[in-house]
Design a protein around this ligand. Sequence first.
Ligand code: 173
Length: 328
Amino acid sequence: MRSESRKKLTGAMGACIMAAASLVPTAAIAADVTLRAVSGFTSGSAISRTFDEFVNKVNSDPDAPVQFKMMGGPEAMPPFQLGNAVRTGVVDVILAPGAFYSSLMPEAEALKLSMYSPQELRASGAWKYIEDLWREKLNVHYLANTNYGNRFHLYLNKRLASPDLSRLKIRVTPVYRDFFSSLGATVMQTPPGEVYTALERGVVDGYGWPMEGIFDLGWHEQTKFRVDPGFYTVEVGVLINHNKWQSLTEAQRAYLTEMAAWLEERNSSNAAVNESERKRQAEAGIETIAFTGEQAQHWIEQAYQAGWESIIKQSPKHGPKLKELLSR
Ligand code: 173
């Protein structure tokens, strides 16, 4: 008997039916759906923290009309292939930042530039534009936006006196590429799984990553400095194949939508986790290079300018509208 249907059975009646499990006709569990999910981040790691809570919540809910089956993380599928996998329905659900699939839709870089929380975007109606765009371009329903409010940072093994990266080689994904390049860096793209080796071999002088998560793969052993302030907002989405989404019943969709709101609420825990991560990095001997005043302002302004410029260039149709909806 399938585990998700077993969970739905409660009380004496459940026990009775359990005894006759093999006699339960398939039709009795037709409403139950298992969504096969692959994540861009190892389960139990920092970036995956609130998503893990969400999957556990749904999978341990005896009344849940859907279940998630975690098929694995980056070891199961290279992160930059997740977008294509969910687009074509090879998997039902992915957890991924726009950067992992922006080769398929350059507009996916826009959410990292959002000045509004997912809740604010939903309340203002701006989310409708996002939802339509992701469906049109990637054949997905954008279910939930995790990690909002976390910031990206530049981590280095060389000192830096000003926001000039011209003698540095930096590991990037599309999140950081335009910004670091615009400040003169030589950039090299790798998935997260290759960062440690690139640092160890001195192939790169640094890398972009959020405040949270550098301990997960041991990068603190190969990191001397973190540059402040952080920039953008981290955006990691839960995306579901649109055909799969449409095949669900109204009740299943409503349930997932309600759980997605719960997941987005969990973003309120990010600030505190970030503070403790900041301390942990200091304790691990990672020094802060803090730009202040005009340098800090230039750092941030350059980040947003380079980010929007690139999106608008690649998507003249949607870029300007996204900038209008997501900027303050
Ligand atoms: O790999 C990355 O640096 C990256 O693009 C990313 C995006 C969001 C969260 C963590 C990493």
